[in-house]
Design a protein around this ligand. Sequence first.
Ligand code: CA
Length: 437
Amino acid sequence: MTINETHDAEIASWVASANEPESDFPIQNLPFAVFRRAGSNESFRGGVAIGDQIVDLARVAQIGLFSGLTQKALEQCAGAFLNGFMAMGEEAWSAVRLALSRALRTGAMQEQALAEALVPQAEAEYDVPAQIGDYTDFYTSVYHATNIGRQFRPDNPLTPNYKWVPIGYHGRVSSIGVSGQSFPRPVGQSLAPGAIQPDFGPCKRLDYELELGIFVGQGNEQGKQIPIDTVEEHIFGICLLNDWSARDIQGWEYQPLGPFLSKNFATTISPWIVTLEALLPYRVPFVRPESDPQPLAYLDSIAQRAAGAIDLQLEVSLETEAMRRSDLPPTVLTQTSYRHAYWTAGQLVAHHTVNGCNLRPGDLFGSGTLSGPTLDEAGALIELTVGGKQPVHVSPDEARTFLEDGDTVIIRGWCEKQGNARIGFGECRGTVLPARI
Ligand code: CA
């Protein structure tokens, strides 16, 4: 995959809202989602964002505006899940991107036909864009691993395997929801400091985790690993992800087998998946401090070193119920970049399959909490509040150590670089409801 005409910052769209400098969805982005008109009985189907509109891919496939591989790929986007399209591989993904980029440009011949396939985003609702077979959550920020390790194991914050192995655990798919998700505060066991027996009740230390979701495109045969040189052909794209976490439940249950009920009650993702091709201009070198172990050969390549990381800006905001009542805007808690990750998305694919494990189209990886090098770049409240000891002020009248009922957490992401368009991910929003007990 190389930079091509679809990335050209000079091209504009006949969809005027796409040309506004603050739009997340200029013609250089073209991310994929699954949508329908809100409150309707329509079937969910694939769509591509352009400005404040959605190109209805089922409609485009039906009109027969394109032919060959592009038409075949669009037919795979006409249903409620994008797995079939993800399975087609990067030639098909690129063909659709190029065809839509040309047809959406100012002066394009297809303007009139394509205009009939637009649905305003303001009238749409979304669903999880793929039938996710398996979900794996990684742990790729060394800053997060150190900060949180200090809370759980003050003497041994970073376990000795961390700098050699991309750490992960197998997560739960059934509770993954799309932006707008709300869920009751989890209930469970926790051990108060100094106590001999656990308490049972609503979680008292509910937290968010700022993460990215990585959707697998083409999978691999069981027993056949994906070599590091071809890993990126297996990544369809990236979305925003919030791995809601019950810290008190986690602290009591996580040894010896890792997180379980502290993580599996809800995970929220953004509806839009930005393709790896759209992210090409924002790639940056993957670097390790020289004093750290360098990746083993199966996790190392010239291409990964040259441009394995992505400079993707991330931001977490909080909106409380009191803020909503007073019409106050959400408060920004954190800003950081994905470029600080200790392991790249490609290394996660190579590692996940090195033992012969098979990935399938539509599988999802969580990046792990993406805390940056300084504490104000931390991707979770447990870090920002130093384990709940230092409340953060979220409005003149309110502070938080952990999340309260009615709190809405909003994650945003975008890429910008001199000489290139600014492209965004939309938002990933979720709300905590009172416990049901
Ligand atoms: Ca996580």
